[in-house]
Design a binder for this molecule. Structure first.
Ligand SMILES: *[C@@H]1O[C@H](CO)[C@@H](O)[C@H](O)[C@H]1NC(C)=O
Ligand SMILES: *[C@@H]1O[C@H](CO)[C@@H](O)[C@H](O)[C@H]1NC(C)=O
Ligand SMILES: *[C@@H]1O[C@H](CO)[C@@H](O)[C@H](O)[C@H]1NC(C)=O
Ligand SMILES: *[C@@H]1O[C@H](CO)[C@@H](O)[C@H](O)[C@H]1NC(C)=O
Ligand SMILES: *[C@@H]1O[C@H](CO)[C@@H](O)[C@H](O)[C@H]1NC(C)=O
Length: 329
């Protein structure tokens, strides 16, 4: 008797009619995912999360190709998703990426069970209505390389413990309601300095001198109420590409500042910066600059890119002159 037709028939049956036989999804993960779906009131975003199908095929997540454990959960762009981050996200122990983004009706605080996700490398909770403080437990997630809490309704002070994250490459805390001063510890990262985004908050006080020890690639402190000296962020030995200090109350003498050769964007507009523009700036290949609305004086040095910028780069200073402004008297 030829068994081949029966075998083929079985093969087709098991492939197309009975997905459970070939299901990769881990049953614990599947159970947790369905709890998450229920906690969020079965949002349209999770319509593909059908208990009869393999969870590794569902939208908004990824399984590890070998272990088939859920390693990534990414929910974004859904106005109708309401409620809080479900407690159960903490029960996906292999998660490396967790993202809730562009969900204007996601509210509540940063879910404490996230503390259990020790493998987390990327945590992005942004463009939501999350409120409350940044929890200290985030500093226990030692594998974090990317932490983005921007565009939320978070408040309180910036936890100084974040500097103990050894692998952090980017820290986005911009567009929230953070108050208090920048912690000294943000100048004490052990590894490479992360890109630091603190703009559009309500930060006050002077910036810690320790920040001068870090060679940030990008640092954005714009639109806060920071004051005093910020010259320690500069230095000819640094490799910084972007510095944005605009719309604060910084007050220091620009004449003595030495700029990194690598600097591509420099925005200092709306501060109380004084002195003149140092000739050294002609040796920097700037793509963008804005020093308007300060208290600068003297002739704009001639050379480099400095005359390629327009009037609005330099206007509203105490007595700056020379191209592209009016010539000096
Ligand atoms: C955000 O939450 C606050 C307080 O719960 C509420 O008043 C506001 O309408 C919410 N914003 C959005 C965009 O849902
Ligand atoms: C979240 O939003 C819902 C509906 O807008 C509201 O009923 C609830 O009180 C909010 N929860 C928190 C913690 O702000
Ligand atoms: C970081 O992740 C690795 C696996 O990617 C894991 O072995 C390690 O325990 C994690 N680190 C911490 C501090 O949990
Ligand atoms: C932030 O929360 C306040 C109430 O605490 C609310 O009035 C406001 O709408 C929220 N902002 C956003 C962007 O949702
Ligand atoms: C510089 O900033 C000022 C003040 O915000 C603005 O009016 C001007 O357009 C900016 N210039 C450039 C070139 O962006």
């Amino acid at each position: 008797m030829n068994v081949l037709p029966f075998f083929l028939c079985f093969l087709l049956f098991s492939t197309f009619c009975s997905p459970s036989l070939s299901e990769h999804c881990n049953s614990h993960d599947k159970k947790v995912l369905l709890q998450i779906k229920r906690a969020l009131n079965n949002p349209y975003l999770l319509a593909s999360w059908d208990p009869k199908t393999d969870c590794c095929d569902w939208y908004c997540l990824e399984c590890d190709p070998t272990t088939h454990r859920v390693v990534s959960l990414t929910m974004f762009s859904d106005d109708r998703l309401t409620g809080q981050i479900p407690y159960e996200v903490g029960d996906l122990p292999y998660l490396e990426t967790l993202l809730f983004r562009h969900l204007p009706n996601l509210n509540g605080t940063i879910q404490p069970s996230i503390a259990k996700l020790k493998n987390l490398k990327t945590l992005r909770l942004s463009w939501t209505n999350l409120s409350g403080a940044v929890p200290d437990f985030l500093s226990q997630l030692k594998n974090l390389t990317y932490l983005d809490l921007s565009f939320n309704n978070l408040s309180g002070t910036i936890p100084s413990s974040l500097s103990s994250l050894p692998n952090l490459e980017a820290l986005h805390l911009d567009r929230n309601k953070f108050t208090g001063s920048i912690p000294e510890s943000l100048g004490m990262f052990q590894g490479k300095a992360p890109d630091l985004f603190l703009s559009h908050n309500k930060l006050t006080g002077t910036i810690p001198v320790s920040l001068g020890n870090m060679d940030f690639n990008t640092i954005d402190l714009s639109r806060n109420m920071l004051e005093g000296d910020a010259s320690m962020l500069f230095g000819s030995k640094k490799t910084t590409r972007e510095i944005d200090l605009s719309r604060n109350m910084f007050q220091f003498d620009l004449s003595k500042v030495e700029f990194p050769k690598s600097l591509a964007r420099l925005d200092l507009n709306h501060n109380k910066i004084m002195g003149n523009i140092p000739p050294g700036l002609t040796g920097v290949d700037l793509q963008f600059m804005n020093v308007s609305y300060n208290r600068l004086c003297g002739q704009i040095p001639v050379g480099g890119r400095l005359q390629s910028f327009d009037y609005y780069t330099y206007f509203h200073n105490r007595c700056l002159c020379g191209a592209p402004l009016e010539s000096c008297k």
